[in-house]
Design a protein around this ligand. Structure first.
Ligand SMILES: [Zn+2]
Length: 498
């Protein structure tokens, strides 16, 4: 044993153990990790240990991998995004991204980006996410801030400054306008290289750069090629939003004579190192009015991954058609938390329920397939055989879930119970890289209250200045009316004088 090495033994729980091929249930097993690496999984551990975690009544699962998240945009999206506007049906968020020309931040900007990211990271860890692919912010300094925070929190982060060649805004009559700027995109790509070079050895323990292109529909062919080449040259993954917007599908057909997926494939972009966020509007999706084509076969053959966030899409009335169809063709579907809540257990339940409703069959979107999408599929997307599984040699990214409560009840099939009965509040312990970040449902690395109070404060400020960002100066209350009207007290004269 090396000096200063710490051996930790987890006993008495139900372990979801990986046997080299698939997850298995190991009742009353022992999981041992030495520093940051799992060194034993089984029933008969004979070695020594420095500390023991008693996991009685707990389910022990691999750390969850969110393959697509917007960690630092909570204040804009949280209260607002899902209200939608009919004129951009099925592409709602475009209404909130744009700002007035040359003024203020967008609805997905942050008023205090550091505080916003801290809130997002605390949320992810609190909910059992141990690895996340984050989208945005732009710029090297903002990227390094994100890397600093991931290192401080101990969260496994894939990120780099975002690359795009376009932006959109509202003119003074509320019309959506696009502007293209390839030079800015090429400069942003240089920023990715700078970001990679500036990461310190300590940051590299937690942060892996990933080439992050904002939108497939908003990048010039030249910039897309350069981004693809950069990812290959630096051996980084490449991620982008793709086929999330209905108009994107029809624009691609009109302008290129191809579906968005067909266009990406023909451009030579798709490969096993690519993660496409959402990928909803593929050939055959009922909203496209377009026949079943080869999109899913193209995706499967390329080995690219779909980052699937059913919760946010369901809020907009949109669904993948369908989880099972993608899976059956052989597409690697990995779950993702997207904007809010940053909760993979919630995503698992959404994926199961929406997947069954979409196909109108109960025996699709099975719990084991959904569960695999929360860990193994993400690990495959990242090319990491040491993540998303509890087996010897894997990273000690481990989540203990309280499985001894009324909501869970008697457990026959732990994975079905996890998908259909559990909530993120049941996450009891989170270990990343062998370091315990959450214990007894308490964050050890930061004050949950301090982060929450700060989020409330900056969100309030953000909402109160919403009119500054709206093309016609509308307040947040006008743009996004609350679900219930505010109580109005009328005081009559008798009451007033009493
Ligand atoms: Zn996104």
């Amino acid at each position: 044993m090396q000096p200063n090495t710490v051996v930790t033994k987890i006993v008495n729980g139900t372990i979801v153990a990986f046997d080299g091929h698939e997850h298995c249930l190991l009742e009353n097993g022992v999981l041992v990790y030495t520093d940051d690496t799992i060194t034993y999984v089984g029933k008969h551990y004979q070695g020594e240990s420095d500390r023991t975690i008693d996991a009685t009544g707990k389910l022990i699962i691999p750390g969850q991998i969110s393959t697509h998240a917007h960690v630092g945009i909570q204040e804009g999206s949280r209260a607002i995004l899902d209200n939608g506007k009919p004129e951009f049906s099925r592409a709602f968020f475009l209404n909130y991204l744009p700002t007035k020309l040359n003024s203020g931040s967008t609805y997905l900007g942050s008023i205090d980006s550091t505080a916003s990211v801290r809130y997002g990271m605390a949320s992810l860890i609190r909910h059992g996410v141990t690895t996340v692919i984050n989208f945005a912010p732009g710029g090297v300094q903002a990227g390094l801030m994100m890397a600093d925070l991931a290192t401080e929190f101990g969260l496994r982060l894939y990120a780099a400054p975002i690359v795009t060649s376009g932006s959109y805004h509202f003119d003074n009559q509320g019309r959506l306008k696009q502007s293209w700027n390839e030079a800015a995109g090429l400069k942003a790509l240089e920023g990715v290289v700078e970001f990679v070079e500036q990461l310190t050895p300590k940051q590299k323990q937690y942060v892996t750069p990933i080439v992050t292109v904002d939108e497939a529909f908003f990048i010039t062919p030249e910039l897309l090629q350069r981004a693809r080449e950069l990812a290959s040259r630096l051996k980084l993954r490449l991620t982008l939003h793709a086929a999330e917007q209905l108009f994107e599908f029809h624009d691609a057909i009109r302008q290129q004579g191809k579906t968005p997926i067909g266009a990406l494939a023909d451009a030579g972009v798709l490969d096993t190192d690519v993660i496409l966020a959402h990928c909803i509007y593929v050939s055959g999706h009922s909203a496209t009015g377009y026949p079943f084509g080869q999109d899913l076969e193209i995706l499967a053959q390329s080995g690219a991954t779909i980052a699937h966030s059913p919760t946010v899409q369901a809020r907009r009335g949109i669904a993948l058609e369908s989880f099972q169809r993608y899976l059956d063709v052989g597409v690697n579907v990995a779950l993702a938390t997207d904007s809010y809540p940053l909760d993979m257990i919630g995503e698992m339940r959404s994926a199961a329920q929406v997947g069954k409703v979409t196909d109108q069959r109960y025996n699709v979107a099975r719990s084991q397939d959904i569960f695999n999408a929360s860990n193994l599929a993400g690990a495959r997307a990242l090319g990491r055989s040491d993540l998303g599984r509890l087996s010897v040699g894997a990273k000690a990214d481990i989540v203990l879930i309280d499985f001894d409560n009324l909501a869970i009840g008697p457990v026959y099939d732990p994975i079905r119970s996890l998908v259909h009965l559990a909530s993120s509040e049941m996450v009891d312990t989170v270990i990343i890289d062998g370091r315990t970040l959450l214990e007894n449902k308490q964050l050890l690395i930061c004050s949950e209250q301090e982060i929450l109070q700060s989020a409330k404060k900056f969100s309030q400020e953000y909402w109160s200045t919403a009119a500054d960002r709206h093309w016609a100066g509308e307040t947040v209350e006008t743009q996004f009316p609350r679900s219930l009207k505010i109580w109005e007290e009328t005081v009559n004269e008798t009451q007033a004088s009493a």
